[in-house]
Design a protein around this ligand. Structure first.
Ligand SMILES: Cc1ncc(C[n+]2csc(CCOP(=O)(O)OP(=O)(O)O)c2C)c(N)n1
Ligand SMILES: [Mg+2]
Length: 616
């Protein structure tokens, strides 16, 4: 597009200050960009003010795809030195921002156009909402207010579309509101239980010039229910009471305090899936994930001897508990979100508090909490963990790689700092059990929206802002088919993610759920893909691992390659048992009425005599 201005128009524009933004941009080329935590100030355009706001919020990279409405914004990002990553689909943009947020512990940002840009990213934003991941979604909207006209391009109700998948949506109406509203969005995304926040900005505001002065917002108060804390303290002070700690994502940044509290109470620590890493899983009191039939055998056994569960920053979600199969203990629940308290378990004490503040307060009361070292418990945990390892090391596969061996071999080959993204494959449950995580923010799984294909975008987004870290995905072939094109972004940007694809040409987890209930499978068989050709087409390296014997060498070979790699792992799921599905099935069956059970059994009985194979 070329814009021609007469000399008179140029002079008029200068007089009106319209080229201030342009000169500000030019100056920025030589000057310092605004630093994190600073003030957004100066006379500039709405687009420049938005970029400066993102810089002051410490944003390292923005993910998305430009469109007619927001080219002005992308151009400003480039001029002002804000990092950006072009993706191939807005679903990935949301997953990338999610990967950024999970690894960095701060809001990830995506910028999308209205209409299809918004609808494409809703699935990924939904994952962030259900998994408590801070995210700021910047949507450039169609013209509104006095610039509104009917039949504009992408004129879907963008604010309304975002509302169900975000904590809230802020609709900007004037250019001068941009910095304050974007900063408010960051604040809301981070505060309380984190989550995604939308900011919708009509595109004409990007080219309006205004004088801005926006200091950092005041930090919101962190809740702390002192009375409930005292009740919890008095229960925890009873030295005859054997406490077990169940820690979730809310504890992720308070690992040292959590370990200290566990040592004071001599309490075993189990985590939710998203809490993996908040205590090193090689800590003598760590028992792994879950504490019911779905989690590690160690956790299940050790928690049988627990009198009181102290649940901190954890929600007892359906996935984490295998359909709410929760052993019955008295529970003290601590959460920053009042709505989570008592939502699933009925605690004897609910403490509305931030996990870090709560743990800090417990440490201030260490004298009344301290138990003597429980050598017997620590010895038992050690022995059970060894048995778990032995059981996990048993090989069930007969004609391919055993998925559990892939998990264990990856653990052996990856350094503790490596970032592992696990997708919605059957293997996620084995990884949760057997991939021991020793550092916070190194193990990631889309837990509560279970969005297939998430790991590909999330890992690429994370690698972009974690250069030098090893980044690996475990994804199923079904998940891969949902977002594989995004691997071309890793190739284009030389982001050396190693994508391990578990190839069984099926939705295995659906087969595991369907077979016992229906005695047949329906809609679970996938295409046979030529992964080598795909890798070539996408521009990444390729490796195949076909058997357990070459597993470790294959993994090390892939890790040693400097660029992105697609690694096809030909798995044989065989008859490997899955604790998660067994626990979920048991719980599901328990909740059926007698009539429903009879109907299920009659159907199975009728099908059992059917000789014709009716799979897929
Ligand atoms: C977007 C989306 N669609 C459907 C599902 C339901 N679902 C969960 S797991 C799964 C199959 C996963 O298959 P694959 O990636 O091949 O992993 P496998 O179970 O074979 O290891 C399906 C269809 C989902 N979670 N997300
Ligand atoms: Mg599969």
């Amino acid at each position: 597009m070329s814009i021609e201005l007469s000399r008179r128009e140029v002079l008029q524009a200068v007089a009106a200050g319209c080229v201030v933004g342009m000169t500000a941009d030019l100056a920025r080329g030589h000057g310092e960009p605004p630093g994190p935590g600073g003030c957004v100030s100066g006379t500039m355009t709405g687009a420049q003010a938005l970029v400066d706001t993102l810089l002051t919020e410490g944003v390292e990279c923005v993910y998305g795809i430009p469109g007619a409405q927001d080219n002005e914004l992308w151009d400003s990002m480039k001029s002002r030195g804000l990092g950006y990553l072009l993706c191939t689909h807005e679903f990935s943009a949301a997953c990338m921002a999610d990967g950024y947020a999970r690894t960095k512990g701060k809001p990830g940002v995506l910028c999308v156009v209205p209409g299809p840009g918004v609808t494409n990213c809703l699935t990924g934003i939904g994952e962030a909402l259900l998994d408590s991941i801070p995210m700021v979604v910047i949507v450039t909207d169609i013209a509104q207010g006095d610039k509104y006209r009917p039949y504009q391009l992408h004129a879907l109700p963008n604010v309304a579309l975002l509302q169900p998948v975000t904590k809230c949506v802020l609709a900007v109406q004037e250019a001068c509101q941009i910095p304050a509203m974007v900063r408010q969005a960051f604040c809301l995304a981070r505060s309380g239980e984190p989550g995604p926040v939308g900011v919708v900005i009509p595109f004409p505001l990007y080219i309006q010039t205004a004088k801005f002065s926006c200091p950092p917002p005041c930090l919101p108060e962190v809740p702390f229910d002192e009375a409930a804390f005292q009740r919890a303290l008095s229960m925890l002070s009873n030295r005859r009471c054997r406490v077990g700690i169940y820690a979730g994502l809310g504890c992720m940044d308070y690992g040292p305090a959590l370990a200290q509290v566990a040592e004071l109470l001599q309490a075993p620590v189990a985590t939710s899936v998203s809490g993996k890493g908040c205590i090193p899983e090689n800590h003598p009191l760590a028992v792994g994930w879950g504490y019911g039939g779905q989690g590690t055998r160690t956790a299940e056994k050790v928690f049988k001897d627990v009198d009181l569960v102290l649940a901190i920053g954890v929600r007892y979600s359906e996935v984490s508990t295998a359909s709410y199969a929760i052993p019955s203990h008295p529970v003290i629940q601590v959460d920053i979100n009042r709505d989570n308290l008592g939502a699933i378990v009925k605690p004897c004490v609910c403490v509305h508090a931030d996990a870090g503040v709560f743990l800090g307060k417990l440490l201030e009361n260490e004298a009344c909490l301290r138990r003597p070292c429980n050598g017997k418990l620590i010895g038992e945990i050690g022995a059970l963990r060894r048995v778990d390892y032995q059981k996990n090391s048993e090989v069930y596969a007969t004609c391919g790689v055993d998925p559990m061996q892939l998990v264990l071999a990856l653990r052996r080959c990856l350094c503790p700092e490596a970032l592992l993204f696990v997708d919605v494959t059957a293997a996620e449950h084995w990884a949760a059990e057997a991939f021991h995580v020793c550092l916070p923010r190194t193990y990631f799984n889309p837990t509560d929206n279970q969005v297939m294909g998430w790991s590909i975008g999330a890992s690429i987004g994370a690698q972009r802002v974690n250069p030098g870290r090893t980044v690996v995905t475990i994804t199923g072939d079904g998940c891969f088919l949902m977002s594989a094109m995004e691997i071309s972004t890793a190739a284009r940007e030389c982001l050396p993610v190693k994508f391990f694809v578990i190839d069984d040409q099926a939705y295995h987890i659906m087969q595991v759920l369907q077979k016992p209930a229906y005695l047949r499978t329906t809609a679970t068989i996938l295409a046979r893909l030529d992964y080598g050709a795909l890798a070539r087409g996408l521009g990444v390296g390729y490796q195949e691992i076909l058997s357990n014997d070459c597993l470790e060498a294959g993994i090390r070979g892939a890790l040693e390659c400097p660029g992105p790699m697609l690694v096809r792992v030909a798995v044989d799921y065989g008859k490997r048992p899955m604790r998660w599905t067994e626990a979920a099935k048991k719980q599901y069956t328990k909740e059926l009425t007698t009539q429903q059970k009879a109907r299920f059994l009659a159907r199975i009985g009728a099908r059992a005599v059917h000789v014709r194979k009716e799979n897929d």
